[in-house]
Design a protein around this ligand. Structure first.
Ligand code: CA
Ligand code: CA
Length: 632
């Protein structure tokens, strides 16, 4: 009887599932490189389940990430906008979406979808306008802040802004409870629990992002533990194969639930490969995600840059009965396209102001109906890139010369055609300028819980005297000889960095450190993976116009002198994009105490600091612990 009821119920459900709107699952593997999975040519890492998923569906050869780092790319994905329009363009960890922003999840809610997210959010810390449960997710389990996500053994995860303790964990690289297992199990449970209603499962899984940790007991580790690679490279490979196993488990679950044919599943990376574990023998990294293992063709740049290598990702979709098995597409698209694709597939309504174009026609093999982008646009950390067909223009910082490449002849972006094709370049620059809008970020009502989550990476969540950056925790607000003068200093509480020519994100030397009021944190120009030469610039938004009388520069307070500013200029403007001649020019001293530069009183909302040289004679770096503005 029980058996009969089961059979009956599946018969009853099957016909209705044909007309029901499809379930949507999107699994995004953090850092997975373009050529790493075997179906993209990779030789090192075993991905049989993802390869099978690709063979049963469609492989996109030219689908790009929204950005070249974690948080901004997720914002493009969630909101359907390119990075000239998004609210999250900083990668500090918890920068929030604005309260009014629609996401893929929120547009599915009116259709009755169950919506769940599992993994790394990165688009708003706790108590901000950007938390997932305020953006259409019934539930989200994982990490809200990206620094929190740097450990697989955190003392707790976050679910709908509340802490979910993980037994035996204290941050770092060891503990009892591997967080990703908890996240994956919750994702599978969500799918099971909502198999009989339309659901959207967003799985921005944290592996294979570092820390490169996977339990020795994981079956994937046995496959790589004896490989002749550095341990991190072996762990990384095992993490990818673990994800592969979980993809297999998920596809089997869909089949077991009888919803395989009505579920559209996407799988992709989140940003370009990072040349991880590179050495003399492996100049593009052990797994060489940006180098084709057979042809040797390389994509220039890597994660964090806006050359092709910064934004190329593996991207596949599977929808049995709808997507023809073995399909391959050269269609040019990127993350903003996912929202309108999901909208078209489900009958949801995407906002009118998005930048994405649905790729549903391509998924369904109706290539003649596929609309094309007029152009694709990216910006991050002063970089800008724009692509139109096979032409690609890129500049490596705000005031750098534009470079121009013809990818049809030069996929490695090695021959700059800017001088040879000024007309092509001028057209692309004009489009890029139009594509950029000033950033409008969301806000926090309080930050203590967000800071707690960041400290949890180090197991220091309860010590409120500490604060965390990706590189470590340190005492808050310790007074130094170099403390800033108080008289006449404008409060910096509402200030924001509008742009920075570069910042060294690898060790947490963010531009925002120059205006955080803390003498112990510093902005440093980029030096990881090559220096960004001077001039180095910061543009600061004071929040509202002020009558400005001068500036204060505080050099770095630690033992180092690298980047200690020598020749500097400050300019004032009411537009973040246009600064006239400097209000003051000066040559600073090599000292650790604050240095004040007076100027003729000038009213403006934006301040530009330009560092032309540093004190080390050979140096071309810049750093600042704090920038102060004198005025009222
Ligand atoms: Ca990433
Ligand atoms: Ca600081």
């Amino acid at each position: 009887m029980k058996f009969l009821a089961l059979v009956l119920s599946s018969f009853l459900i099957l016909p209705s599932s044909f007309s029901a709107p499809p379930n949507v699952i999107y699994l995004m593997a953090d850092e997975l490189g373009y050529h790493e999975p075997a179906f993209m040519g990779g030789k090192n890492i075993r991905t049989p389940n993802i390869d099978r998923m690709a063979a049963e569906g469609i492989v996109f050869k030219n689908m790009f990430a929204g950005s070249s780092v974690c948080a901004p790319t997720r914002c493009c994905f969630l909101t359907g906008k390119h990075s000239g329009h998004t609210s999250v363009r900083a990668n500090g960890g918890g920068t929030p979406l604005r309260a009014d922003e629609a996401t893929i999840a929120s547009i599915l809610k009116p259709l009755g979808y169950a919506t769940g997210g599992f993994g790394k959010w990165g688009n708003g810390g706790r108590d901000s306008t950007g938390v997932p449960e305020k953006h259409g997710f019934d539930t989200f389990l994982g990490y809200y802040d990206q620094v929190h996500a740097h450990t697989y053994y955190p003392p707790y995860l976050i679910q709908n802004s509340e802490e979910v303790p993980l037994k035996g964990n204290n941050g770092g690289s060891q503990g009892e409870t591997y967080s990703h297992y908890v996240i994956h199990d919750a994702a599978m449970k969500f799918i099971r629990d909502h198999a009989r209603q339309p659901f959207f499962a967003y799985l921005p899984y944290t592996p294979p992002h570092g820390n490169f940790d996977i339990p020795d007991s994981d079956p994937a580790w046995a496959l790589y533990k004896d490989q002749p690679w550095p341990e991190d490279a072996r762990r990384y490979a095992a993490m990818v194969t673990m994800i592969d196993r979980q993809v297999g488990e998920m596809l089997a679950l869909l089949q077991g639930l009888g919803i395989d044919g009505n579920t559209l599943v996407f799988f992709s990376g989140d940003n370009g490969a990072n040349d991880y574990f590179k050495s003399q023998d492996h100049p593009r990294g052990v797994h060489s995600g940006n180098k084709h293992p057979d042809t040797g063709i390389e994509y220039r740049g890597n994660k964090g840059t806006l050359y092709e290598g910064g934004v190329r990702i593996p991207f596949i979709a599977r929808w049995p009965g709808k997507i023809a098995p073995g399909s391959v597409s050269e269609h040019l698209g990127y993350f903003p396209d996912v929202m309108p694709t999901v909208a078209e597939a489900t009958g949801a309504t995407a906002p009118v102001d998005i930048d994405g174009i649905s790729i549903l026609p391509t998924l369904l093999g109706k290539n003649a109906e596929q609309k094309q982008h007029a152009y694709l646009y990216w910006e991050i950390n002063g970089w800008t890139a724009i692509r139109q067909g096979t032409w690609r223009a890129v500049r490596t910082k705000q005031n750098a010369k534009w470079e121009l490449y013809d990818l049809a002849a030069d996929p490695a972006e090695s021959k700059d055609l800017a001088a040879a094709k000024p007309d092509v370049l001028a057209k692309l620059i004009a489009l890029a300028e139009k594509a950029h809008e000033p950033i409008r970020e969301g806000t926090f009502t309080r930050t203590d819980r967000h800071e707690r989550d960041r400290r949890a990476k180090f197991g220091k969540q309860d010590d409120t005297t500490l604060e965390a950056s990706p590189g470590g925790v340190k005492k808050k607000g310790a007074k130094k000889a170099g403390a800033m003068p108080v008289d006449g200093l404008l409060p910096n509480k509402d200030w924001k960095i509008v742009r920075a020519s570069s910042e060294n994100t690898g060790n947490g030397k963010y531009a925002a450190n120059a205006i955080d009021g803390d003498p112990d944190t510093l902005w440093h120009s980029k030096f990881s993976g090559g220096t960004a030469p001077p001039p180095h610039e910061l543009v600061i938004d004071l929040g509202s116009p002020h009558r400005i009388r001068g500036f204060v520069y505080l050099g770095r307070q630690d033992g180092g002198w690298n980047g200690a500013a020598k020749d500097v200029e400050f300019a004032i403007s009411n537009s973040a994009d246009a600064f006239g001649s400097p209000a003051v020019k000066s040559t600073l001293k090599k000292i650790k105490t604050p240095q004040t530069l007076d100027c003729a009183p000038t009213t403006g909302r934006y301040v530009l600091l330009r560092i032309l040289s540093e004190h080390r004679p050979e140096g071309e770096l810049a750093s600042a612990a704090e920038i102060g503005v004198l005025g009222e």
